[in-house]
Design a protein around this ligand. Structure first.
Ligand code: BG6
Length: 503
């Protein structure tokens, strides 16, 4: 997977090519692949969108944006010029049938090799996800050499996800459909699999007998930026939890796939989602806490953001407890948390192992009792930390908690790759392993939809305010009390393990 260069020539058609995602993520990722010699000699990218550009204007627009969105070290004017020479543009309204015939003609003119793969990338507002594939079918752009990549959110609840799946299934085979969840493109998320399944020593302890609880945190110190319109229809549960966070939980909770390929890996992911314990309404009240940021210092409240309803009840923070009904995890809570305008940006998984059955050693006054924890840092300062107790030097047997730390930085230059580059390359090579399959999307929505329904029905269900720059509503601590636990809050400027603070 992902190790050989694409041999086949390909065309990528981007819908939404004048939008934010294209300039921030897709073009830099394609450039990255190009610069590293990972694209075939013959390829082109045809951007489409409502904004009118000529080919030359589009090339020049992307050339300028690349300077902002690729790292300084990646900027090489010669390579950038050469990359944009592969770009073309076709102005069109993606909701109008007429334009697809013309799009097809344009593709035929540009394509030199009839056997080339054509990848359609949907970087448009989600309302178009159900429309574009049907138009592609009408003009016969759904043959065996085509693939479609679709951004999240795939549906807004179980019913809409099912409807979308039906539409896609009526146009493409499942192995032509690439539902992207960019968290799976992250090197460190993939490393959870390597860590678990390429090492023997963790296997015996990776279960309810040794693990007390699991925390998964993905928080950001930014607000919703300019995405008020979208965010109002989404909220944190749909934006982060239903896809990214539950995907990370699946990597922690899944059984080892027999083989590492699309079918085996995705079968195991679905099994995890299907094992999620459905929440009763009472548990929704107790185990799910939602919040919304309020103004603090120079930061405006969520309700004052552009395109946000001043009375909005959209959540920008969710903390919740989930569990899995299976032999490995029965009784082990997974605490999941995400939020905007938090003190820092960090994504990490913390595995808390059970306490020792009996303490025979002393603890230095003021030191904490020893807990074994394993921290899988997805970002930033990508790495792994194992915390354990050791004898404090000196007389007697005082025990002190220490950490063993691995950082990706220590691997040198070719450290952590870009998530989009990885996923786009996999799609070019026709490998859907790291993309979400239809049954997984539905299984995940099946668990989360009742929570959304509950909030919709119970308009007075608590939505706590939390000042921007804090760790969210105190009620989020409450969901852990029953288990005698509390959230691990990394310090603001976390650069190494010592900066983990107990708050
Ligand atoms: C996106 C969400 O999918 O993931 C954003 O829509 C969020 O709201 C982003 O900011 C976080 O991704 P990352 O890779 O920056 O952690």
């Amino acid at each position: 997977m992902g190790t050989k260069h694409a041999e086949h020539s390909f065309a990528m058609v981007i819908f939404g090519a004048s939008g934010d995602l294209t300039k921030r993520k897709l073009m830099p990722a394609l450039y990255d692949l190009y610069r590293n010699g990972r694209l075939p000699e013959k390829f082109y990218v045809l951007g489409t969108g409502r904004t009118v550009y000529t080919d030359e204007e589009y090339k020049s627009y992307i050339r300028t944006e690349l300077e902002e969105f690729i790292t300084q070290s990646g900027q090489d004017p010669k390579w950038m010029d050469s990359f944009v020479s592969h770009l073309y543009y076709f102005p069109m309204d993606p909701s109008s049938t007429d334009h697809y015939q013309q799009l097809k003609q344009r593709l035929l003119q540009l394509t030199v090799d009839q056997e080339s793969d054509i990848l359609f990338y949907l970087a448009t507002p989600p309302v178009l996800y159900g429309v574009i594939p049907l138009h592609l079918k009408e003009v016969g752009l759904n043959g065996e050499h085509t693939r479609i990549i679709v951004e999240k959110p795939f549906g807004t609840d179980l019913e809409s996800a099912r409807r979308l799946n039906e539409i896609y299934a009526s146009v493409f085979e499942e192995n032509q459909i690439y539902r992207i969840d960019h968290f799976l493109g992250k090197e460190t998320a993939q490393n959870i699999l390597a860590f678990r399944f390429a090492n023997e020593i963790f296997k015996p302890v990776w279960n309810r007998n040794y693990i007390d609880y699991v925390e998964i945190t993905a928080v950001e110190n930014l607000g919703i930026e300019n995405r008020g319109g979208y965010y109002e229809t989404a909220g944190a549960l749909r934006d982060m939890v239903q896809n990214h966070l539950i995907q990370l939980a699946a990597l922690i909770a899944m059984e080892p796939p027999t083989r590492f390929n699309a079918d085996h890996f995705r079968n195991e992911v679905v099994k995890v989602y299907e094992a999620l314990t459905p929440l009763t309404e009472k548990q929704m009240e107790e185990y799910v806490v939602r919040g919304q940021y309020t103004a603090e210092g120079n930061t405006v409240s969520y309700r004052e953001e552009k395109n946000v309803d001043p009375q909005s009840k959209t959540e920008t923070f969710v903390a919740m407890r989930v569990g899995f009904d299976n032999w490995r995890w029965s009784g082990v809570p997974f605490y999941i948390r995400t939020g905007k305008q938090m003190p820092t940006k960090v994504t990490e998984v913390v595995i808390h192992f059970k306490k020792i059955p009996h303490r025979m050693f002393q603890y230095t006054s003021g030191s904490h009792p020893v807990y074994n924890t394993l921290i899988l840092r997805i970002q930033p300062n990508e790495g792994i930390v194992l915390r354990f107790g050791m004898k404090a030097p000196g007389p007697g047997f005082d025990i002190k908690q220490v950490s063993m730390d691995f950082t990706y930085q220590s691997l040198g230059q070719q450290a952590v790759g870009d998530a989009y580059a990885r996923l786009i390359e996999d799609c070019i090579q026709g490998d859907p392993t790291l993309f979400t399959r239809s049954d997984a999307v539905e299984a995940s929505w099946k668990f989360f939809t009742p929570i959304l329904d509950y909030w919709e029905k119970n308009t007075n269900a608590p939505l706590y305010g939390y000042p921007a720059g804090t760790w969210g509503p105190p009620a989020s601590e409450g969901i852990m009390h029953e288990h005698g636990a509390k959230w691990t809050n990394p310090c603001k400027n976390l650069t190494n393990t010592d900066q983990y603070c107990e708050l």
